[in-house]
Design a protein around this ligand. Structure first.
Ligand code: GAP
Length: 464
């Protein structure tokens, strides 16, 4: 039988020409994402978000937050501390279970996750890199440890950096019930940093040691959990296609088999994205049963339960969790938006390739760019005036340097949906040229109608 061709995750491309290699290069070149501590040679598994990267990340976070807390009357927000009492992680099962199997090569000293290795290499104990002998697998806990207070290293003052934001919600369940007017079914949403000492941190911002999550824990009456799981599965998929504008054909569900389920889960689905290197997780939607609240009750010595105000029934709620990666969402927003388009011939007769990011306007770091056609005849002042008005409502960018075609291309490459060009007509009759990123179509609009027109276009945007 012919051997399956091995995919190189860095160079594999999707049908629009996007690859991890090209994306990393664009992100660096245009200020989306830089390697952490680059001037010192970089740090594995850590990345910095540049001016456009932070704008993109904040937009996604805000859309998620609005989607959860503003559009649902029964979901409230929370912002818990990164460092928590160490007993939290005993109760949650992380101290015992949150580990990956690890093997070392005795010759080249490379460390691998045993479950990522080719089963043949693992059985033969042969290093895939140098052919040296591999050690037996051993469990490696992924939580970062640190020490709080003026203590020497050891177990004194031991605290963990949270490996998920979820536990901050569970330990505050009682606080929220007692201080807010919530009743079951209701949810608590939180976004924030999480840390995992990942063994494999390849693939850019896909899997990193420091990352951000957007999690919502939905508390329900036991027995109603299957129907709420079904509800949240669909809601979360709809969010990716409708609110973030991700192509539906690149998303799917994967239900966890019995042997894949986490120690707390009765049922679980991943929302997977089709990266150029294959289908991988983007978000988890889990039925966590009453595991978390029951365990925290046991470990803190006081049962955590809920009194139904209508039936006077007391029970430990079940939890449906929606757990999305914010930094991973930044990656899929970029990956999904990327396209290399052949749009004819350049002046030397070669293929003219335009790189464009088809971001949904809600997600795009810049919504609109304003250009004077030339820097003279007062067009620059007029363009600045229009930019100053637009920026009261949108992320607007002013640019007067270079040929107009190059200015358009620069905006296409960072995914700016609209460009406004001010020319001599604007002085005469107030009309500007509004150019659309995806179609490259240009129309004439009165400058007074720009804000309304852009608002409308944002509302009806659909990617072709
Ligand atoms: N509270 C459940 C939980 O944390 P998870 O499947 O381990 O579940 C949820 O993580 C999401 O967090 C993942 O789907 C992914 O988007 C993101 N994530 C997890 N580990 C990550 C890492 N090392 N780097 C970047 N994102 C990560």
């Amino acid at each position: 039988m012919a051997k399956e061709k091995k995919i190189n995750p860095q160079t594999a491309q999707n049908e629009h020409g996007a690859s991890m290699e090209k994306l990393v290069s664009l992100c660096k070149r245009r200020g989306f994402v830089y390697q952490s501590s680059e001037i010192y040679g970089g740090l594995n598994g850590a990345w910095d978000y540049g001016p456009l990267g932070i704008a993109l990340k904040k937009n996604i976070q805000e859309i998620w937050w609005r989607e959860m807390t503003q559009k649902h009357d029964n979901i409230v927000g929370l912002d818990a501390a990164v460092m928590m009492h160490p007993r939290v992680w005993e109760a949650s099962g992380h101290v015992e279970n949150f580990s990956d199997p690890l093997v070392d090569c005795k010759s080249c000293k490379t460390r691998f996750r045993a479950d990522n290795l080719d089963p043949e290499a693992l059985t033969a104990k042969k290093c895939p890199q140098c052919g040296g002998e591999l050690t037996e697998p051993r469990q490696f806990n992924l939580m970062f440890k640190t020490h709080q207070g003026p203590v020497d290293e050891g177990e004194d003052g031991l605290v963990y950096l949270r490996p998920e934001t979820a536990q901050g919600i569970f330990v505050n369940f009682k606080n929220v019930v007692d201080t807010s007017r919530v009743s079951i079914p209701f949810g608590i949403a939180q976004t924030g940093k999480a840390f995992r000492n990942e063994i494999t941190t390849k693939n850019f911002i896909f899997r990193t040691c420091e990352f951000e999550q957007m999690e919502m824990q939905f508390f329900v009456k036991p027995g109603t959990d299957p129907e709420w799981l079904a509800y949240w599965k669909e809601e979360r998929m709809r969010y990716y296609t409708d609110s973030l504008g991700i192509l539906a054909s690149r998303l799917r569900f994967h239900q966890h088999a019995k042997d894949e389920l986490a120690h707390y889960a009765a049922d679980a689905y991943d929302i997977e994205y089709q990266y150029p290197f294959g289908w991988q997780e983007l978000e988890g939607v889990h039925d966590r049963t009453d595991f978390d609240l029951r365990r925290h009750g046991e470990y803190c010595g006081k049962e955590i339960n809920y009194l139904d105000p209508e039936t006077n029934e007391r029970y430990i709620p079940y939890i449906i969790e929606t757990s999305a990666g914010l930094t991973r969402s930044v990656l899929i927003a970029l990956m999904d938006a990327y396209e290399e388009q052949n749009i004819g011939r350049d002046k030397d007769g070669k293929d003219d390739i335009r790189t464009v990011l088809h971001f949904h306007p809600n997600v795009a770091p810049l919504t609109v760019a304003v250009f004077p056609l030339v820097k003279k005849d007062g067009l620059d002042e007029l363009a600045k005036e229009i930019h100053n008005e637009l920026k009261m409502e949108f992320n607007s960018f002013y640019d007067q340097s270079g040929a107009i075609g190059r200015r358009y291309r620069r905006m296409d490459e960072i995914g700016t949906p609209y460009c406004v060009t001010v020319d001599s007509n604007t002085k005469e009759n107030g009309h500007v040229t509004l150019r659309f990123r995806d179609s490259m179509q240009q129309i004439s609009v009165h400058k007074q109608d720009l804000i309304t027109r852009i608002r409308q276009e944002n509302r009806i945007y659909k990617r072709n």
